[in-house]
Design a protein around this ligand. Sequence first.
Ligand code: CMX
Length: 139
Amino acid sequence: MELTHIEHIGIAVKDINKAINYYEKILGVRCYAIEKVEDQKVRTAFFKVGQTKIELLESTDSDGPVGKFIEKKGEGIHHLAFAVNNIEQALKEAEGKGIQLIDRKPRDGAEGLNIAFLHPKSTFGVLTEFCENKTEKEG
Ligand code: CMX
């Protein structure tokens, strides 16, 4: 597989508006998009720091992955997302090397990306996401 860059760092927060306020007013970075991802039961807010994206995640359902994470571990870094050129190939390769997949097929993520997760139990405690840009793939 080929990881091209860190697509984003996901941070779980209880109150996305309060967290946006911190990033904008204290750190001085602008929130350029807010998006609800129904499939993942989250509301997301995006920032760019240089080439690196930060994705804030607020749970829209206490039973969703971010709701459960906050209940168990509290707020904090939730996942690390890598951009890949071919997500199906990356998943197949990881699975072939014994990594436990959460998603065997990509799903729809925020910003129109194809996304899939690797289980943190297989990845040294870091929930790992692969992202593929559909537009680049089509274009
Ligand atoms: N990072 C590291 N470890 C995590 C974790 C995370 N984000 N989330 C859960 N875990 C650990 C738990 O601490 C727990 O460990 P122990 O067994 O040692 O206690 C174990 O994984 C199981 O956790 P759980 O609370 O029982 O939760 P589930 O097994 O039901 O779900 C997971 C865990 C990772 C499979 C689930 O959160 C998932 O499917 N995540 C992928 C989807 C996702 O996170 N979506 C939100 C982001 C969407 C986006 O970016 O758009």
